[in-house]
Design a protein around this ligand. Structure first.
Ligand code: COS
Length: 380
């Protein structure tokens, strides 16, 4: 067993760290406060190859492995989890889904521009009444011969207004339940496709989250991904990889808060010494450090499974479950270590605490991860 990262991995990690410090740190508080999308920063991330990291270079991607993606996601998320969710959705849900299951025409038409970050994508599964219960899709895609007629509403869509390309999961043959679902590629501006108002969120406030409404949207047949009825499997397979991205985001949020708390505890004095010298603080730092290291191992193991052709449904679910709990626990303790300063914006940890919560909710709640893991254990 070899735990050593390659030279290339270390270079990518450093490049992401440098980018986050140089380009994302500045203005992160204001973007959070005013819900400003990091448009310029995302454009630069595209130029550096962070928006299509695992895409084959022949489609404009960086041709890197999932381990590299985890390393970059951690570094970006330490500084700006709003930018990293845009990166995660584009990389692991949209680009990976198209690369793995799209037709050659779809790859040429959409993937090449998504992988370079020229445009970004959105993944549209959740509905007002179908979040965790993903088989209960109400959005319909009626087969009209040469096109589908799409009607319905999607909720909580990341990149909702900033995307140009939307992968939409919809029901075609209701009697076939999950086997009648399709995944379709929609484009912004298609007649009948409306974007609802921006959600006012607790965290990841720089990213834009919207409802989407479809009213008799005509989608050409060639925009269906895979065979008729493949949509649910497409969503499950894509989300399995997406969970590695969100696990890495949670890891980055935890690690970012920990690094700030460690630094603060070495500078702040109370009762005649730096507060890190008090066991009440030192023990918190030890617990944070151990949990983050364990979360990092789970993220890298899931990525390694994916890169080596192993099943990663379970390792990805374990990484997401543990890393998101670690993000929550660690950010709460980081605020506590900062005392009163932790409760004000300029110290960053209150934002990281708010950002952490979503990692236990999106791309499958913690409860969904436990369903995936427990079913696998019981089936053994
Ligand atoms: N890869 C491939 N296929 C999968 C799969 C995966 N990871 N997970 C499930 N499937 C397939 C199953 O094999 C089954 O297909 P067959 O009928 O051909 O055997 C089908 O999908 C239905 O699976 P299952 O019966 O397990 O479905 P359930 O309704 O019990 O749901 C969970 C399974 C709960 C795991 C699923 O609905 C889920 O992940 N929900 C959460 C969705 C989510 O993450 N939402 C958040 C918003 S998206 S950003």
């Amino acid at each position: 067993m070899d735990f050593k990262l390659t030279e290339e991995h270390l270079m990518i990690q450093q490049a992401a760290r440098d980018f986050a410090q140089a380009e994302l740190l500045q203005g992160v508080i204001e973007r959070d406060e005013k819900q400003i999308f990091p448009a310029e920063q995302i454009k630069k991330m595209g130029e550096l190859g962070f928006m299509g990291m695992m895409v084959d270079p022949k489609y404009g991607g960086s041709g890197l492995d999932t381990v590299s993606y985890v390393l970059a996601m951690e570094e970006i998320s330490k500084i700006d989890a709003s930018a990293s969710v845009v990166m995660s959705v584009n990389n692991s849900l949209v680009c990976w889904g198209l690369q793995a299951f799209g037709s050659e025409e779809q790859k040429q038409k959409y993937l090449t521009r998504l992988a370079t970050g020229e445009i970004i994508g959105a993944f549209c599964l959740s509905e007002p009444e179908a979040g965790s219960d993903a088989t209960s899709q109400k959005t319909s895609a009626i087969d009209m011969g040469d096109h589908y007629l799409v009607n319905g509403t999607k909720n909580w869509i990341t990149n909702g207004s900033t995307a140009d390309v939307y992968l939409v999961i919809a029901q075609t043959h209701a009697d076939k339940k999950h086997k009648g679902i399709n995944a379709l590629i929609l484009e912004k501006g298609m007649p009948g496709f409306e974007i609802g108002p921006k959600e006012q969120k607790l965290g990841i406030r720089g990213s834009d989250t919207h409802s989407l409404m479809f009213n008799d949207v005509k989608v050409p047949k060639e925009n269906r991904i895979g065979e008729d009825g493949f949509g649910f499997k497409f969503a499950m397979k894509t989300l399995a990889g997406g969970r590695i991205g969100i696990a890495s985001q949670a890891l980055g949020i935890a690690a970012g808060a920990y690094e700030l708390a460690l630094k603060y505890s070495k500078e702040r004095k109370a009762f005649g010494t730096e507060i890190c010298n008090h066991q009440a603080i030192a023990f918190k730092l030890a617990d944070m450090h151990v949990a983050i290291e364990a979360a990092r191992h789970l993220c890298l193991k899931a990525a390694w499974d994916k890169d080596n052709g192993n099943n990663y449904d379970i390792s990805g679910a374990m990484a997401k479950l543990f890393a998101s709990q670690t993000a929550m626990d660690t950010t709460i303790e980081a605020v506590q270590i900062h005392g009163g300063n932790g409760y004000v914006k300029e110290y960053h940890v209150e934002r990281l605490m708010r950002d952490a919560k979503i990692t236990q909710i999106y791309e499958g709640t913690s409860e969904i991860q436990k369903i995936v893991i427990s079913r696998a254990i019981i089936a053994q």
